[in-house]
Design a binder for this molecule. Structure first.
Ligand code: HEC
Length: 157
């Protein structure tokens, strides 16, 4: 090997090792069971189980951090998705949302699951268990519509 090539390889290896020291926070904040979406009977009563399989990792405090979430730069991407996911829709802090926000999120769930935006496609390629059939997508959408109607009624009582 030319010495230039050797140097280049050495630098690349050093970089690959070096970035491992930039470790994103992979937290699972403590959860109050009473505040979760699972405790909201009006919403969760007839929810399909598939939601837990396909959404929990990015939309709750119950994230299972896979081995590749320990390796930079993938770790940065995974931590970012989880952070963003929780910001938009957090099943662990559901009770902190006002009725109007619950209603909006449920509307989005129906749409995003039906049009294959959620779960994020990249996640499905790495998590076979999160793959949803067309029928499972329909079931989640139908549930989101029913739950949304119940939230609307509740907020008017
Ligand atoms: C790999 C992580 C990941 C998984 C798994 C995932 N999401 Fe998301 N979700 C995100 C991220 C990141 C965002 C915010 C950015 C965006 O909209 O793309 C988001 C946004 C959302 C939003 C909010 C959209 C808005 O306009 O505020 C909803 C609702 C949602 N996801 C529902 C779901 C549902 C339902 C599932 C399971 C079927 C799911 N997500 C699975 C990462 C994920």
């Amino acid at each position: 090997m030319k010495s230039r090539t050797k140097w280049l390889l050495l630098i690349l290896v050093a970089l690959a090792v070096g970035i491992q020291f930039v470790r994103p926070a992979r937290t699972n904040p403590p959860e109050d069971p009473a505040k979760t979406i699972f405790a909201d009977a009006a919403v969760w009563q007839d929810a399909p189980k598939t939601i837990e399989r396909a959404c929990l990792d990015c939309h709750s405090s119950r994230t299972r951090w896979p081995w590749y979430s320990q390796v930079a730069p993938v770790s940065w991407l995974v931590a970012h998705d989880v952070e963003e996911g929780r910001e938009h829709f957090d099943m662990s802090n559901w009770a902190t949302y006002r009725a109007s926000r619950k209603s909006d999120v449920l509307e989005d769930i129906g749409k995003l699951v039906k049009n294959h935006s959620m779960p994020l496609p990249i996640y499905i390629t790495l998590h076979g268990e999160a793959k949803l059939t067309e029928q499972e997508r329909q079931e989640i959408s139908a549930w989101a519509e029913r739950a949304r109607a119940r939230v609307e009624i509740q907020s008017k009582e």
